[in-house]
Design a protein around this ligand. Structure first.
Ligand code: ASP
Ligand code: MG
Length: 431
């Protein structure tokens, strides 16, 4: 049964990492195996900077950035292939030349279109390298162009998948001839053949799209962390790895601010009950975490999400009027128009409280707009703490010694808002 593996930028950041990737894949002899790869290291950021330079007037800056991309990729080729670098180096050079040509051709087009014709080349570069390296170490591979596989509309930079057309295109991708299929994450193309991208960090989604269309047995995302945790291990000193998580629970955690897998990635997998495992490429013995259909109760382990730099707005109708549904509708409509998400919404008879991410460029116009028709009080520098499956004792302990400025609770989720100044640098989940 088909497996889909996805490797992010960190797992192929340099020659040593690509060697490790080869060693890892050598331990998985089962086929069909489809390998989806992101751009190397921070290449996508570098390509975005190159795009800005191409659209600006500083040609020297553009040339320097293009040269740096060429240099970095060729250095990796040299480190991997040594004397035998020529054929691969030639392909890398050709892709960089193609990138340059595209910048010249598209710099005067709209930015989203220009972006998609150029930034996805990071994945063409990385997969060219990875596929060649697999062949070099005796793991037969076939390089496939994701632009021939994933069909999308022309919403550049956030393209929507045409599922029927994509299913048609990928049909032979899991034909079993013993070769590993290597393809790019993040990219697709319109039916007419214009390159598109699926949004930053879109490679996970690419893996899910292919798995969905092929009815794969599973997807594995190889990361530099040993799995998914019930809290951010950098912020919470006793965070524990979650072994199994249901799709719904993973989506809840992501919604409340956990950096787990994006719901967009999970939806196509959930539809076909394809499990997704997050594993460490540095520690193959570690079992990782699996998101899937799960009979087990989600609530066994409480989870804690922290959102910092939050702003509390309390919006009150003037003249002691009620905050009725019509006014709530008006306030929330302005929130939507401002492009803001409220992590917590709480209504009283004469008040609507909103807890918002501190994006100043979106927040300030919203506050100004609300202040023309409502009384608005505002408080900044707050931390929103969300707990899934916590009991009263845990919530009490988390709030001890802190002013709770807003709260909300339902059967499985509790949220509390505290001044960040009263919050510790490192949290501890009380047991
Ligand atoms: N390379 C792309 C990015 O950095 C896609 C991905 O890594 O998922 O956003
Ligand atoms: Mg990346």
């Amino acid at each position: 049964m088909t497996q889909v593996f996805k490797f992010g930028g960190a797992s192929i950041r340099d020659a040593a990492a690509i060697r490790r990737l080869g060693e890892l894949l050598a331990r998985f002899p089962e086929r069909p195996l489809i390998v989806v790869v992101s751009a190397m290291g921070k290449t996508t950021n570098a390509l975005e900077a190159l795009l800005a330079a191409a659209r600006g007037s500083d040609d020297a800056d553009y040339r320097e950035r293009l040269a740096a991309l060429r240099r970095d990729h060729l250095a990796t080729v040299k480190a991997l292939f040594g004397e035998r670098a020529d054929p691969v180096a030639g392909r890398i050079e050709a892709l960089i030349d193609e990138l340059d040509r595209r910048h010249r051709a598209h710099a005067h087009r709209e930015r989203p279109f220009h972006y998609d014709q150029t930034v996805g080349i990071g994945e063409l570069l990385s997969t060219t390298l990875v596929a060649a390296w697999l062949d070099e170490i005796g793991l037969a591979s076939e390089w496939r162009d994701a632009r021939d596989l994933i069909v999308t509309d022309d919403r550049y930079q956030a393209a929507n998948v045409d599922w029927t057309a994509t299913a048609e295109r990928v049909r032979d991708l899991d034909s079993d001839d013993g070769r590993i299929r290597v393809t790019q994450g993040f990219t697709g193309a319109t039916a007419e053949g214009a390159s598109t991208t699926l949004g930053r960090e879109g490679s996970d989604y690419s893996a899910a799209i292919l798995a969905h269309c092929l009815g794969a047995e599973g997807v594995t995302i190889w990361k530099d962390v040993p799995g998914l945790f019930n809290a951010d291990p950098r912020r919470v000193d006793n965070a524990v790895r979650l072994e199994r998580i249901s799709y719904d629970e993973a989506i809840e955690l992501a919604w409340h601010g956990a950096k787990v897998i994006h719901p967009k990635t999970l939806a196509p997998l959930r539809q076909r009950a394809i499990p997704l495992t997050v594993r460490s490429f540095q520690d193959l013995a570690a079992p990782g975490s699996t998101i899937g259909d799960d009979a087990r109760r989600d609530g066994e382990v409480p989870a804690l999400m922290l959102c910092e730099a939050q702003t509390l707005l309390e919006v009150r109708p003037r003249d002691l009027a009620f905050m009725d549904e019509a006014r709530q509708h008006d306030v929330l409509g302005r929130l939507v128009a401002a492009g803001l998400h409220a992590g917590l919404i709480d209504a009283g008879a004469m008040r609507l409280s909103l807890v918002l991410d501190g994006h100043p460029e979106r927040l300030e116009p919203l506050v100004a707009s609300l202040a023309t028709d409502y009384g608005v009080t505002r408080r900044d520098d707050l931390t929103l703490v969300t707990v899934r499956h916590g009991d009263d004792a845990l919530l009490r302990a988390l709030g001890a010694g802190r002013d709770c400025l807003a709260e909300r609770r339902n059967a499985d989720t509790a949220q509390r808002l505290f001044p960040s100044a009263q919050c510790p640098a490192t949290w501890h989940l009380p047991d």
